[in-house]
Design a protein around this ligand. Structure first.
Ligand SMILES: Cc1cc2nc3c(=O)[nH]c(=O)nc-3n(C[C@H](O)[C@H](O)[C@H](O)COP(=O)(O)O)c2cc1C
Length: 199
């Protein structure tokens, strides 16, 4: 039976923290949503940015002359990234941005930027994929908004569309109110529905 392959790119170092918890809720919602709407079952391909330990982009510019990255540590990642049906980015916010290992992954997307603008490949990735971003942040401020813009910028050359994002603020403060949790649950539901509608 056909299945929907969803690539999960996890940006946090902690395996049982707020971000992992939110991701778990979301993947369950997605699986249940697929059953409810008689869609193909969802299979998750997971990458943990900290565990992967990918090397940073060195701006060697080899990808300006020939397509792809000459650093081969991300070959499997790029294959899965290009062929997935949908993407989930799940990350805590660090200094209003991504933790360094996830930022490294975004920087390594430079190969697609150069495929587009140095080599004229249009689009650099043939398959269009919808994506959502799930974020947690300790403060109650708007600290996820910069990360949303950063991700959207990288999507301009990777043929992805951010169809939803959800931020759980205030994780460093005492447990949120019931109303806050309900709002978050509703937002996660919306993101799951948007992802399923767009695969
Ligand atoms: C190095 C570092 C930088 C952080 N920077 C921010 C920040 O800029 N804004 C914010 O709201 N929270 C910040 N936080 C708090 C985390 O975003 C928050 O605790 C997050 O929910 C942790 O997720 P986790 O439980 O999945 O590890 C920072 C935490 C760390 C460790």
């Amino acid at each position: 039976m056909r299945q929907t392959t969803v690539m999960v790119i996890y940006g946090g170092p902690r395996q049982n923290g707020a971000t992992a918890n939110m991701l778990q809720c979301f993947t369950e919602l997605l699986s249940r949503g697929a059953v409810k709407h008689s869609l193909p079952p969802v299979a998750f391909v997971r990458y943990n940015a900290y565990a992967c330990g990918f090397a940073p982009c060195t701006d060697c510019r080899a990808c300006c002359c020939s397509e792809g990255c000459i650093q081969r540590d991300m070959d499997d990642f790029f294959r899965d990234f290009e062929t997935a049906d949908a993407l989930i980015f799940a990350t805590p916010i660090y200094n209003m941005s991504f933790p360094a290992p996830l930022k490294t992954i975004l920087d390594r997307m430079q190969r697609y930027y150069n495929a587009r603008f140095s080599l004229g490949k249009r689009p650099p990735i043939v398959k269009h994929r919808p994506a959502v971003m799930l974020m947690t942040a300790g403060s109650g401020d708007e600290d996820g908004s910069i990360a949303v813009r950063q991700l959207e910028r990288s999507f301009t050359v990777t043929n992805c569309a951010l169809v939803g994002h959800c931020i759980r603020n205030g994780t460093d403060q005492p447990e949120g109110s019931h109303a806050v949790k309900e709002t978050l649950a509703a937002k996660l539901e919306q993101c799951a529905a948007a992802l399923l509608e767009n695969v």
